[in-house]
Design a protein around this ligand. Structure first.
Ligand code: SF4
Ligand code: SF4
Ligand code: SF4
Length: 322
């Protein structure tokens, strides 16, 4: 990744120097190793703070709309885009939320991001103070240990099945587009889940949802949850209770899945943000699979294609309507 970071910093310094940009949304080191944090860079002198490596899991597109960065007056914004960030930008354009020229897209070749929960389980919860990548290995160092792991053992499940590691649209690409590290069938988990009986599926769903704290970290991390007034925050009308009653929690999750169906770009930000490890990807992927099978639509690839949930065709399959 060193080459990528070097080129990234050089390119961004030049963009500032030539006054082509006023703000860059990127990644910088977080307070913990392997957990980067977003950075909003306004000056060329700070470019060395930018990083790009396996710790850069956040989907930065979240900040464009919900934090209104894209509408800041007289501010030309650039954003660092992995494949899934790039897909979110494309989906924003397709949904009419931003225009293509609103943001300068700097594509970066993504070879996956780590799942901190997998790292913790490999180190038995011991704190990692340093890490380095050596080809397909990740070397972790702590106070009294050093271990070498296969990168593929600690990558996010979303990355292990990712088919789009490069942004579909970009103005500048840092180094070269890469091949996907994803080797798994994207629907493998859903296909297995579909083999269970309906009562087994419901039991599983209830067990998972009963862990939910209603902290909304999943919603807050999701680039596709950009409504100014989210249904969960409304009090008039109040759609459902605000506590952790199981039926209220289930309604929250079902409505969120419906809201992101055919729009989710498989970035995994929601699942990584969840403090109690709920398997959020199962529901989202199931919804994405239904949309793909029924409408042949994959979100985040074509800014000119009408999103599946915004299109109507009298020939659409309707066998599920009683
Ligand atoms: S889902 Fe794909 S593009 Fe996104 S972080 Fe993982 S490998 Fe990279
Ligand atoms: S629902 Fe999760 S995986 Fe899908 S776009 Fe939102 S954060 Fe990413
Ligand atoms: S992040 Fe996890 S605990 Fe928090 S609301 Fe979402 S699913 Fe529930």
């Amino acid at each position: 990744m060193d080459n990528i970071e070097k080129e990234l910093r050089t390119v961004i310094a030049k963009l500032f120097e030539e006054k082509k940009i006023d703000l860059v949304i990127g990644y910088t080191k977080g307070t913990l190793p392997l957990v980067s944090t977003p950075i909003f860079l306004k000056e060329e002198k700070d470019v060395d703070k930018l990083i790009f490596d396996v710790s850069c899991g956040n989907n930065l597109v979240k900040y464009l709309k919900r934090h209104r960065i894209v509408n800041m007056k007289d501010t030309k914004v650039a954003i660092i885009a992995k494949g899934c960030d790039g897909r979110a930008i494309v989906q924003y354009i397709a949904e009419g939320q931003i225009k293509r020229d609103d943001v300068l897209i700097i594509g970066v070749p993504c070879e996956g991001v780590v799942d901190p929960k997998k790292i913790r389980s490999k180190t038995n919860g011991k704190e990692v103070s340093q890490y380095r990548i050596e080809d397909k290995k990740i070397i972790l160092k702590g106070n009294d240990f050093e271990i070498s792991l296969n990168k593929s053992d600690v990558l996010s499940d979303f990355c292990l099945r990712c088919r789009y590691p490069n942004a579909p649209l970009y103005d500048i690409f840092i180094t070269e587009p890469t091949k996907s590290v994803g080797t798994k069938d994207e629907y493998e988990k859903v296909n297995e889940f579909e083999k269970l009986t309906s009562s087994q599926r419901w039991q599983y769903f209830e067990n998972e949802m009963s862990k939910c704290l209603r902290c909304y970290a999943c919603r807050n991390a999701c680039p596709m949850c950009y409504c100014e007034d989210c249904f969960v925050d409304q009090s008039n009308p109040q759609w459902f209770g605000k506590g952790t009653d199981l039926s209220d929690t289930i309604i929250f999750h079902i409505v969120r899945v419906i809201h992101t169906a055919g729009r989710c770009v498989d970035c995994g930000a929601c699942a990584r943000a969840c403090p109690v490890n709920i398997e959020l990807d199962l529901l989202n992927t199931k919804a994405g699979k239904e949309i793909q099978e029924r409408f042949g639509y994959t979100p985040g690839l074509d800014p000119d294609e009408t999103p599946a949930m915004a299109a109507y065709d009298a020939e659409d399959k309707q066998e599920f309507i009683l």
